[in-house]
Design a protein around this ligand. Structure first.
Ligand code: GLP
Length: 241
């Protein structure tokens, strides 16, 4: 894995944003895999503020998001669809029908998981996937466990993740218990991957990802198997490497 140290949060957004711009320059109908969380907000800000100056357009770009809470849709402010609209889609010239986020309010979640995998295939696969990482090493919502789950699936969120994500909700109890997430194979099929990691809280997990053996107990470690991963991290996140 290639590792780039960012000077600070803003720099992380710039380095990752430039990689996305290069991808869009090479292919105007690129398929971007997107993530939520605080880490990628700076990347989306960089994209939204800079794309017009670069003479780029999102009008042919397609996007697929990693995950969504079950029971939520875009009308809910804590949903990942709402997050994406707010931080990126409403700020650029993208066509909403070209943006995919799993439907957390679907009637049949198993069907929704299948639909999602099919949709990614129809798009022609993901050209570049942005990933954040949970403090426990999760990517998307692939939580630590006995095994890697391949395809888009329903996941029971760990108590740790619900506690960490409580910052976006009124209380820990209001964090949904389940989510739909792309699977590990779905993520690894992306042609390029950016893993964006910010802050000392992620240092231990990142050290494991970069230096230890691959294990489903540290889901992001599986990225060692992918041929084109760029880790962009600040000094805090890299402090245990
Ligand atoms: C959530 C998302 C992940 C994200 C993680 C870290 O759990 N499902 O995709 O990587 O949060 O978020 P943050 O960047 O806020 O630390």
């Amino acid at each position: 894995m290639k590792v780039i140290q960012a000077d600070n949060y803003e720099d992380l957004g710039k380095i990752a944003g430039e990689m996305i711009f290069r991808q869009m320059e090479a292919k105007d109908d690129s398929v971007l895999g997107l993530a939520t969380g605080e880490t990628p907000v700076g990347i989306y800000q960089y994209l939204a503020e800079g794309y017009q100056d670069r003479n780029l357009s999102f009008s042919k770009v397609r996007t697929v998001n990693l995950d969504e809470y079950i029971g939520m849709d875009g009308s809910n402010e804590q949903s990942y669809r709402y997050f994406m609209n707010k931080h990126l889609f409403n700020k650029v010239d993208i066509r909403k029908e070209f943006t995919e986020v799993p439907n957390g309010k679907c009637e049949d979640v198993e069907q929704e998981c299948l639909r999602y995998e099919k949709r990614i295939e129809e798009f022609g696969g993901i050209d570049i996937q942005i990933l954040g990482m949970g403090e426990n090493g999760h990517i998307g919502f692939n939580e630590p466990g006995n095994e890697f789950i391949c395809d888009t699936h329903v996941v029971q969120l760990t108590e740790d993740t619900r506690k960490v994500n409580a910052r976006f909700f009124d209380s820990a109890d209001s964090v949904p218990e389940q989510a739909i997430t792309m699977g590990i194979r779905t993520i690894l099929k992306a042609r390029k991957i950016i893993l964006a990691v910010y802050g000392v809280k992620k240092a231990e997990a990142l050290a494991g990802v970069l230096k230890d053996r691959v294990t489903p107990w540290l889901p992001a470690s599986v990225l060692q198997f992918h041929p084109d991963v760029t880790v962009i991290a600040d000094a805090g996140a890299l402090s245990k490497c």
